[in-house]
Design a protein around this ligand. Structure first.
Ligand code: ADP
Length: 214
């Protein structure tokens, strides 16, 4: 298995790039999906969240109201740290399990991890960063994902800076243009992946720290 980290700020276009890489034959492990799985009703993470923030962070069907929870924690370092301490270990465990399912195969596995730069990434074959001006990300989050501009800016401010992310990149995909231009960037990133030396099939998988956007 060759593991490639994919990261970028919220609204940068990571999910779009991930889907394009899957169309080109890669397998995907999406940290945001894992976060949702480990927070489903009946899990210890769900119980711990309700214990701390109460039932007002739940929807009528008992699933987490992620927006309500985000409103409680973003912008408050203590609350955010408390949420991360509940969620991140469970996410790291589940990510590790999912990665292990590919061990010993020749799969190319994309790890879509919003906070990869913040959480550390030992042992990956390379890092792709999707880069866009944060104000363009704000506009897209408002237009396509029903954020308010203020919420989008606050979420971006919680994450690593554009410069910190770029400093970790092996490959940068610029997403300041059209979706058609993004496809061209993804094709060249895929060519870069295909040219990488693949690790031995029996290479040990190292755990990655914490890495969700919540
Ligand atoms: P992320 O996963 O990094 O948060 P997404 O892939 O969800 O970002 O992209 C944010 C939104 O912007 C989505 O609705 C996506 O369809 C849209 N989008 C992404 N790239 C472009 C682009 N180049 N032009 C227009 N819209 C885009």
């Amino acid at each position: 298995m060759l593991e490639i980290g994919l990261t970028g700020g919220i609204g940068s276009g990571k999910s779009t790039v991930a889907a394009l890489l899957v169309e080109r034959g890669a397998s995907l492990i999406d940290a945001d999906v894992v976060v949702r799985e480990v927070q489903e009703p009946g899990t210890v993470v769900h119980a711990a969240i309700v214990q701390r923030w109460g039932t007002e962070v739940l929807a009528a069907d008992q699933t987490l109201n992620r927006r309500a929870l985000a409103d409680r924690v973003f912008g408050d370092d203590v609350e955010l740290a408390a949420l991360n301490a509940i969620v991140h270990p469970a996410v790291a465990d589940e990510m590790f399990q999912q990665r292990q399912a590919f061990a010993g195969t020749d799969a190319t596995v994309i790890l879509d991890i919003p906070l990869l730069v913040e959480s550390g990434h030992v042992g990956l074959g390379g890092i792709i960063v999707v880069d866009v001006d944060p104000e363009v990300a704000v506009q897209r989050l408002v237009k396509f994902r029903s954020f308010t501009a203020g919420d989008a800016r606050a979420r971006i401010a919680q994450q690593a800076s554009r410069q910190e992310r770029l400093a970790q990149a092996d490959v940068v995909i610029d997403n300041s243009g059209t979706l058609g231009e993004l496809v061209i960037g993804v094709d060249s990133a895929k060519a870069w992946i295909d040219a990488l030396e693949r690790p031995p099939l029996d290479q040990e998988i190292k755990r990655i720290g914490s890495h969700s956007e919540n």
